[in-house]
Design a protein around this ligand. Structure first.
Ligand code: NAD
Ligand code: MG
Length: 390
């Protein structure tokens, strides 16, 4: 790796993406330095990370968390912050060159937006940022002239398959989806799946929320919206193929019929490293892809009857304005309720559909509108779940 040292803020450092990012930083100490870390509730892991990576700033969500952290980090030269203000301080820290946006959910929007406004380059894992506020975020990216590189493996694959091509030559992009743990379940079987079943993803090891999203295929729906914003394409030009082997990470089809794809073993370290090092590549110590042992690559159309969330996401994107933010909020609440066994698996799309149907769409004039829609969507979803779905 050549070039100057890159200073990183990692938002969500204790999560699945955050931990993998820190493993890369650890492997390339001459290329990356951590200047700020943020986390939700996992104070034990955060303490370990602070001791190892020595950031200047660290933020956690709650004040109690910050107090616990302060006790554990006595004598360390690190400033401890809390709340959204603390996340924003980390995201906009002067010393930071790039912000890895790896918080889960709409909670990632405000700090990520603050980072863009402060002129930071973004390695974007938090797809909910673009789902909820894509127009505002992309406008700000353009205004500030920052680079936003996708970490999501599908979007990283598209980004790589677009390199050196003209955008007007693109016919469509094809996002691949593993199909999740319930790819072959019947509707009848889906009725009684448990959180443990849903968390057992066949190919990827991820945080709980995105694992459930993968099982419902809402993850792919969120990714379609993410792709539309990132690559400035209408939804008609974003297709989804089920590809259970997870070897082709996504593809771009051009108007002459050529299809460019990016392949690799399913390991998030590759797209994370690429986002950090673009346009260079880091020599990662991963098992090479052995296509001869893969035997076959298979593809299928998604089944919208068994996985209605994908369709709900297309519809929300078409409606635009505050609708995707409300859909996302309802999904977050429904997923949490499913994880806590207060809602059946098939209740997740039902909650989302009903919350979106009750929402009065508004234009996304500013971030405040997104936050209001997010809160309203959460409230409506909680009420629906409490009252029992019809
Ligand atoms: P995770 O649940 O493992 O980690 C989330 C991180 O965010 C943790 O550090 C947690 O403490 C923090 N956090 C949670 N709630 C917070 C809040 N309200 N405020 C501040 N911080 C909070 O999640 P993950 O699987 O690492 O996913 C992170 C993001 O990356 C998601 O948007 C996900 O869709 C996206 N993503 C993840 C993967 C993957 O392989 N895990 C792949 C592609 C995209
Ligand atoms: Mg993905």
């Amino acid at each position: 790796m050549t070039g100057p040292m890159k200073n990183l803020t990692i938002l969500g450092s204790t999560g699945s993406i955050g931990v993998s990012t820190l493993q890369i930083v650890e492997s390339f100490p001459d290329a990356y330095r951590v200047v700020a870390l943020t986390a939700g509730n996992n104070i034990d892991l955060l303490v370990e990370q602070v001791c190892k990576f020595r950031p200047q700033l660290v933020a956690v969500v709650s004040e109690q968390g910050a107090e616990r952290l302060a006790k554990r980090l006595q004598g360390q030269d690190v400033e401890i912050l809390s709340g959204v203000e603390g996340l924003i301080r980390c995201a906009t820290h002067d010393a930071s060159d790039m912000v890895v946006a790896a918080i889960v959910g709409a909670a990632g929007l405000v700090p990520t937006m603050a980072a863009i406004k402060a002129g930071k380059d973004i390695a974007l894992a938090n797809k909910e940022t673009l789902v909820t506020a894509g127009s505002l975020v992309m406008d700000e990216v353009a205004r500030q002239g920052v680079t936003m590189i996708p970490v999501d493996s599908e979007h990283s694959a598209v980004f790589q398959s677009l390199a050196g091509q003209r955008s007007e030559d693109v016919r469509r992009i094809i996002l691949t989806a593993s199909g999740g743990p319930f790819r072959q379940h019947s509707l009848q079987q889906l009725k009684s799946v448990t959180p443990a079943d849903a968390l057992a993803h066949p190919n990827w090891n991820m945080g709980n929320k995105i694992s459930i999203d993968s099982a419902t295929m809402m993850n792919k729906g969120l990714e379609v919206i993410e792709a539309c914003w990132l690559f400035n394409l209408p939804a008609e030009q974003v297709a989804v193929h089920i590809h259970p082997e997870s070897i082709i990470h996504s593809m771009v089809e051009y108007k002459d019929g050529a299809v460019l794809a990016q392949l690799g073993v399913p390991d998030m370290k590759t797209p994370i490293a690429y986002a950090l090092s673009w346009p260079q590549r880091l020599p990662l110590d991963l098992q090479p892809l052995d296509l001869c042992r893969a035997e076959k690559l298979t593809f299928a159309e998604p089944d919208l009857e068994r996985f209605p969330c994908l369709q709900l996401a297309y519809q929300a994107f078409a409606a635009g304005g505050t609708v995707p933010a409300v859909m996302n909020a309802a999904n977050e609440v429904a997923v949490e309720a499913f994880l806590q066994q207060r809602l059946d698996f098939l209740g997740i799309p039902k909650v989302i559909e009903q919350v979106v149907a009750r929402h009065q769409r508004e234009e996304l004039v500013a971030i405040d509108k997104v936050l209001q829609a997010d809160l309203a969507g959460r409230q409506e979803a909680r009420n629906l779940i409490r009252e029992g779905l019809k």
